[in-house]
Design a binder for this molecule. Structure first.
Ligand SMILES: C[S@@+](CC[C@H](N)C(=O)[O-])C[C@H]1O[C@@H](n2cnc3c(N)ncnc32)[C@H](O)[C@@H]1O
Length: 452
């Protein structure tokens, strides 16, 4: 039998990476992996009290399975929410506390947590996708967890808790971690976290984005006015020190945003996951690279200018912005241009609207939130340019993206209009029975990598 803890129990709210981590940690230590679902499915349509009783019965069942396995010489990783300390206590039962370790996954940034859930919901084929879809669809994104450090550890039910911060990607022990597994557990968790930081998007999500843009490529430039709008394109044009500078266009699409730089004699590299979009960019730019960012497959301190127009929201923006900082030379410029909600307050409205009508979009920025992300990556904000455009969406264009809501597009859009009057009045949304029209707000931020 192995020395040290034999039960590693992962707990945390949905979207805190506990399933991602627990699966890989279990593989890493060669343990048996159990999820709470494995010990019985909860029946629907029950009263709260009955549901609680069923849930508790399930935790007791998990406990019996876990300790039977441990008695046979196994180590067991259990993955579940275990949001209440009572649920965890049912699993530990009367066992020696040195046999049990809690890994507590948390994420203090609600935006990141919800985005992770959204990516998972879109990751069709992942067994977790359905649970993420129902969490989001029911609006039941739980927000509270009884802290295992101040409760389970303080009350002596476990001897140690590994606290995993999935925003800063760090892990820290609390209590007395028993050797030897406990020593290696922290470094294993940190290794898996570091991998997650560089591969944030599931391949299945990427392939949906790729095929959506492959399908759109032939009509891309003419289907919406912003794409060729001369004022928006001009806002991307900054002075560069010489001829022949290196420019990177993230999510280049057909190369529209940076064609001007190539015409000026600069070396423009475009990266994009859609080969059909990229084949058009290849006619405009110096080099076209097929791939999804992050990571950016380029050397550090390489480019004089990085541009990203309307592409950050298909990715993990904070990671992508940090990658942009890495590939830029010191003093190099980063120009980000995208649609924004008119204010921080209106972001919730736009998130819900975009989630309903454009599910592949992962984020809605406001001017403030975009600025914050750039500053967090040590960019100095030099200029903010604002622009407004009239945007029209037809029922036909919406239907190409998503299935119609159960109450039909007209009722849904009338409801959207009513909501917009209080939540996003500056959008001035209208619906004439066939077309939804609103003012689209754009923000272009020109920033500079601070010299190190
Ligand atoms: C709305 S288009 C913008 C294209 C171009 N920047 C422009 O201004 O016309 C978004 C582009 O981002 C690309 N994209 C999506 N996910 C990406 C990712 N993870 N990394 C790089 N590009 C991505 C899409 O394939 C698409 O071509």
């Amino acid at each position: 039998m192995t020395n040290g803890p034999q039960l590693v129990l992962f707990c945390g709210l949905p979207g805190t990476l506990k399933t991602y981590l627990s699966r890989r940690v279990s593989e890493g230590i060669g343990s048996t992996y159990l999820t709470t679902q494995a010990a019985g499915v909860l029946a629907a349509g029950l009263e709260a009290g009955e549901l609680q009783a069923l849930r508790y019965a399930r935790y007791e069942r998990i406990s019996r399975i876990v300790f039977a396995l441990i008695d046979m010489g196994a180590q067991v990783v259990v993955d579940g929410g275990f949001l209440s300390s009572a649920s965890r206590a049912l699993v530990f039962a009367d066992n020696d506390k040195n046999r049990c370790v809690v890994v507590y996954c948390h994420c203090h940034d609600e935006e990141i947590r919800r985005r992770r859930l959204k990516i998972r919901a879109l990751d069709f084929g992942d067994p977790e996708a359905t649970s993420a879809q129902s969490i989001l669809a029911n609006g039941e994104v739980e927000t509270t967890v009884e802290d295992p450090i101040s409760i389970d550890l303080a009350q002596g039910r476990v001897s140690s808790v590994l606290s995993v911060d999935t925003v800063s990607y760090t892990a820290q022990w609390h209590g007395q971690p028993p050797a030897p597994l406990a020593d290696s557990l922290k470094s294993l968790v940190e290794t898996v976290l570091a991998q997650h930081a560089t591969i944030p998007l599931p391949k299945r999500y990427e392939s949906q984005v790729r095929s959506a843009f492959d399908d759109l490529a032939s009509t891309y430039e003419d289907s919406t006015p912003w794409r060729n709008d001369p004022i928006l394109i001009k806002q991307l044009q900054v002075d560069l020190p010489d001829k022949g500078c290196r420019v990177l266009d993230i999510g280049t699409g057909t190369g529209l945003a940076t064609a001007w730089y190539a015409e000026q004699g600069h070396q423009v590299v475009g990266i994009d996951p859609s080969p059909v979009m990229l084949s058009r960019a290849a006619k405009r730019l110096t080099l076209s690279v097929l791939g999804a960012a992050p990571p950016l497959p380029f050397l550090s301190d390489y480019f004089e200018l990085v541009i990203a127009r309307q592409s950050l929201h298909y990715s993990e923006p904070s990671l992508l912005i940090k990658e942009a900082a890495r590939v830029l030379k010191s003093g190099g410029q980063f120009v980000v241009s995208c649609t924004v909600s008119e204010s921080d307050d209106a972001r919730g409205f736009w998130r819900d609207y975009k989630w309903a009508t454009q599910p592949l979009r992962l984020e809605v920025f406001s001017e403030e939130s975009l600025g914050r992300l750039l500053q967090e990556a040590d960019f100095k904000l030099e200029k903010r340019l604002r622009y407004q455009l009239k945007r029209v969406e037809t029922i036909e264009s919406l239907s190409r993206r998503v299935v119609a809501p159960h109450n039909g597009w007209p009722s849904f859009l009338k409801w959207v209009i009513r909501l917009s009057e209080s939540e996003a009045p500056l959008a001035r949304m209208t619906f004439d029975g066939a077309q939804l029209a609103y003012t689209q707000h754009w923000c272009t931020i020109q920033a500079r990598k601070i010299s190190s």
